[in-house]
Design a protein around this ligand. Sequence first.
Ligand SMILES: C=C(O[C@@H]1C=C(C(=O)O)C=C[C@H]1O)C(=O)O
Length: 175
Amino acid sequence: AVSTAPPVTSTVETQELRRLGPLADLVIQRLLVGDLVAASKFGTGKPIDDPVREQQVLDAVRAQAGPLGLDPEATVRFFQDQITANKIVQRGLFDRWTRHPGQAPTTRPDLNLIRQRLDELATRLLTELVSTKDIRKPGIACQVRLLVAQQVGAAQHRLDRLHRQALDTGVASIC
Ligand SMILES: C=C(O[C@@H]1C=C(C(=O)O)C=C[C@H]1O)C(=O)O
């Protein structure tokens, strides 16, 4: 007879391997918001880099990290990577839309609303950093989980080259 029960060990192992999945997914969600940021700025003369806003983002996560049991400086480094990743997306899209104006967005989303979304994602990222703290110690186990999470996430979200490149930066300090 053919067994219909799932192979228990491999299920547990699969779940184990996917433990960085939610964190990678949030990193992807944040860099996808970069598409909206780019659309809000493109053609307005507004620069991609906004050092004042970046400092606000980093100050906020630094303040939240300690009480959550996270290392403040490591947390700041992680969010610096998220900002760099976001700007990779923005620069890539600006470049694409300049070369192919037909692909440029025709509506301009409100940057203030987009920033609220980024603030919400920051809170969720911090929560996920806390729940994955024990498995993010440097080593092969973390790297394998990260590779799985990154590849699965990139496939699920159908990321193109530009967004995969940004994802590499976004996950750089996870392990
Ligand atoms: C996303 C923006 O663009 C850049 C990236 C930021 C980020 O990833 O948080 C912050 C400021 C800008 O340098 C923005 O202006 O809000």
